[in-house]
Design a protein around this ligand. Structure first.
Ligand code: BTN
Length: 250
């Protein structure tokens, strides 16, 4: 996939701008980047705090020709790309189902895919946020989130440049997306994801499903990326959406 990067100083949300561009006919591979978002969106209607240059905020237009059931695997491909990009900086991460990326149990990146119809057909916008700096985190976020700067360590001498991270990340995403759209690609992406996630199997978790929640142990992922959880009473539950939280056994 050829990536074309469009940079903005400020946008409401790169996902919104990318969808508008897709509606105006943008090709697959258009990548919208902003230094700041005024209405950054997280999953489940949450806000994604997007202060200027404190994170990377970008969204890629996709026009996937894969079976509908495999669409959730697009976010798997994005999580793999984030994981690989962090690894290039010596940061060992973990993918938390379905598509958060954590370092030492703190969130460093989130992914939000949205779909829409456009005159050129169905489009998926995959939005990725990565924390670059922790200094401005509100206290409650600081406890549960980390950043590239924090993980590299102020004294390590290693430096990073936001533009080059976007370039690496989009190249890694493009490679993962090409795998997904190739023959047996869904299976390959599930395998790559599973190798990078401690949540895939044998993890004690609590899954919040709306008002209900279940506790159990993860037991692999389904063909479409849904998470299998063996609940405390031995039933297998298939989780398609919901927040997964690691249970700490003390
Ligand atoms: C989450 O973990 O809740 C998903 C967060 C996704 C944030 C990114 S930042 C770039 C893109 N634009 C948005 O408004 N959201 C995504």
């Amino acid at each position: 996939m050829k990536i074309t990067i469009l940079r903005y100083d400020e946008l409401e949300s790169t996902n919104v701008e990318a969808m508008n561009q897709a509606k105006r006919g943008a090709d697959e591979g258009l990548c919208v980047v902003a230094r700041r978002q005024t209405k950054g969106r997280g999953r489940h209607g949450r806000v994604w705090i997007s202060e200027k240059d404190a994170g990377l905020y970008f969204s890629i237009v996709l026009r996937p020709l894969i079976e509908n059931k495999f669409l959730p695997l697009i976010t798997f491909a994005a999580a793999i790309a984030v994981y690989e990009t962090l690894a290039a900086f010596g940061i060992k991460s973990d993918i938390k189902w379905a598509n958060d990326v954590h370092v030492n149990d703190k969130k460093i990146s989130g992914i939000l895919a949205e779909t829409g119809d456009t005159p050129k057909g169905f489009a998926v916008i995959v939005g990725i946020g990565i924390n670059l700096k922790s200094s401005n985190f509100p206290a409650e976020i600081g406890a549960i989130a980390t950043s590239i700067e924090q993980e590299i360590g102020a004294n390590s001498g290693a430096s990073f440049n936001a533009d080059s991270i976007v370039e690496k990340l989009t190249a890694n995403f493009s490679a993962a997306y090409e795998i997904l759209t190739s023959e047996d690609g869904a299976e390959k992406i599930r395998r790559l994801w599973t190798e990078r996630s401690s949540y895939a199997k044998g993890k004690s978790v609590r899954v919040a499903l709306g008002t209900e929640s279940i506790c159990g142990v993860t037991d692999g992922i389904e063909e479409n990326g849904a998470l299998r959880v063996i609940s405390e009473n031995g039933e297998t539950k298939i989780v398609h959406a919901g927040d997964v939280e690691r249970l700490r056994r003390i």
